[in-house]
Design a protein around this ligand. Structure first.
Ligand SMILES: [Zn+2]
Length: 462
């Protein structure tokens, strides 16, 4: 048995705002939290008395939170970081992202995913929902298997020949077969850490048939559906032109909605669309840094929360951010609403909930992670308030404001998934290792060469 005791930390369980335990303790057996507080210490003492090996972490002065959950990420795009900075969504996709994704082979995609997972782990993120790309998505799962994070991913469905570049297109039945193959190969692998999701890219890229198939297969298999929706006004107009309906209404018409559905962005919505989202339990993945960089708009988060719509956080892909960093997303989410809706419209506590418990619920992992409590997996982030420039924290008697506004990745001491260290600030041996700089630049160079070889430099979408 792997036994773990983390003690003397300020434990923020995230079940409620006052779920705070100074000098708290967490006891985990084989990666599952079994006891908290004095019971945790007693369990560790009993285990040690039986002669069992116990990993003890004295976290005096540190803060322990549930690992962050990011509900919208593109690991395949990490190698496309630092692309053009000044484009809106559709030209940015056509000139940079789609040609770059189309240029991937197994090797570059594996490296892109490794780089992204290393960055996520270093920033305290333990679980993600990833939109894979059209081909080679096994490489994303292989990287996730090695890195040790909790990853849900699937091949991006792009089956409308008129709307997608030919190099990044898979015909309907081919795409569905690839999804079925990935589901059979990876769903539930690595002790349940890896899961498959159906990922139609967005309504603009997809035929109605594949949207309907993705929705019905997801329901039958008990897996998630993940897509982009209403990120950009041009996209919303295109969906209306093609379907005659508002985007969320169109998705609902083809069966996409309800619990088990995670929609990225959801910025431009009508009263009727918001009513639908609230009624069926669809989750929103809010990506504030991406929305700012692509000038997409401001997601009406406080309005959604007031209606009971579940809102979660994600960094989106590296080239529209250019970080995969939960701290940046929490900070931007909070700051944006101060301008859009007023200084008290979205509190730091609500933002940290979005980044933890709400994210886990949206991914169907509410019983697995997102809070620190007995029975859940030990997916944790240990933070050092004295690192960097986050002090003093003593003006406040809660940790949420400092976490959202003052902390950054420099405050992360270690990140654990299933109780195992995936990142530690001083240990090179942690699992989610970043590739070397030379490997990263070499892979990016190969992508650029292949992209121009494909004639894709200027994009191919019609
Ligand atoms: Zn995205």
């Amino acid at each position: 048995m792997r036994a773990l005791l983390i003690e003397n930390a300020l434990v923020a369980g995230m079940r409620s705002a006052d779920d705070l335990h100074p000098r708290g303790a967490v006891w985990a057996e084989d990666g599952v939290i079994r006891a908290l507080g004095s019971e945790a210490r007693a369990a560790a003492a009993a285990s040690a008395a039986r002669g069992e090996a116990v990993e003890r972490v004295d976290a005096e002065g540190l803060w322990l939170f549930p690992g962050f959950v990011q509900t919208h990420v593109h690991l395949c795009q990490t190698l496309l970081r630092n692309g053009p900075d000044d484009l809106p969504l559709l030209p940015w996709l056509k000139t940079h992202v789609w040609p770059g994704e189309a240029a991937h082979d197994e090797e570059t995609l594996f490296l892109s995913a490794r780089l992204g997972l290393a960055e996520l782990a270093a920033g305290g993120t333990t679980a993600i929902l990833d939109m894979g790309t059209v081909r080679h998505t096994d490489a994303v799962f292989r990287a996730a298997e090695a890195a040790g994070l909790r990853v849900t991913s699937g091949n991006a469905l792009m089956d409308d020949a008129a709307m997608n570049p030919p190099e990044l297109f898979a015909e309907t039945s081919e795409a569905l077969e690839e999804g079925e193959r990935l589901f059979a190969r990876w769903h539930g692998a690595s002790n349940g850490r890896l899961r498959f999701a159906w990922c139609p890219r967005f309504a603009v890229s997809c035929t109605d048939r594949i949207l309907e198939e993705a929705a019905s297969r997801a329901k039958a298999q008990g897996v998630l559906v993940h897509t982009h929706a209403s990120e950009n006004l041009d996209e919303v107009a295109l969906v209306r032109e093609r379907s005659g309906r508002a985007n969320i209404e169109h998705l609902r018409e083809v069966g996409i909605g309800g619990r088990g559905t995670v929609l990225a962005h959801v910025i431009h919505t009508s009263e009727e669309e918001r009513r639908l989202l609230a009624a069926d339990g669809t989750a929103v993945a809010h990506c504030p840094s991406s929305n700012l960089k692509l000038a997409s708009g401001i997601c009406p988060v406080p309005d959604y929360l007031a209606r009971g719509i579940r809102v979660t956080l994600g960094a989106d892909g590296a080239p529209c951010n250019d970080r995969l960093d939960a701290f940046s997303e929490m900070r931007h989410a909070a700051l944006l609403q101060k301008i859009a809706a007023g200084p008290g419209a979205l509190t730091a506590w609500q933002v940290v909930r979005m980044a933890t418990a709400e994210g886990a619920e949206a991914l169907g992992l509410g019983g697995v992670c997102g809070t620190i409590e007995a029975g859940k997996r030990a997916d944790l982030v240990l933070l050092d308030p004295t690192a960097g420039f986050a002090l003093p924290t003593s003006w406040r008697d809660d940790p949420y404001g400092p976490l959202v506004f003052a902390f950054d990745r420099g405050n992360v001491v270690e990140t654990r998934v299933d109780g195992e260290v995936v990142f530690h600030r001083e240990r090179r041996g942690a699992r989610a290792l970043a590739p070397r700089a030379a490997e990263i630049e070499d892979a990016a160079r190969r992508l650029r060469e292949r992209r121009s070889g494909n004639g894709l430099r200027h994009g191919g979408a019609s």
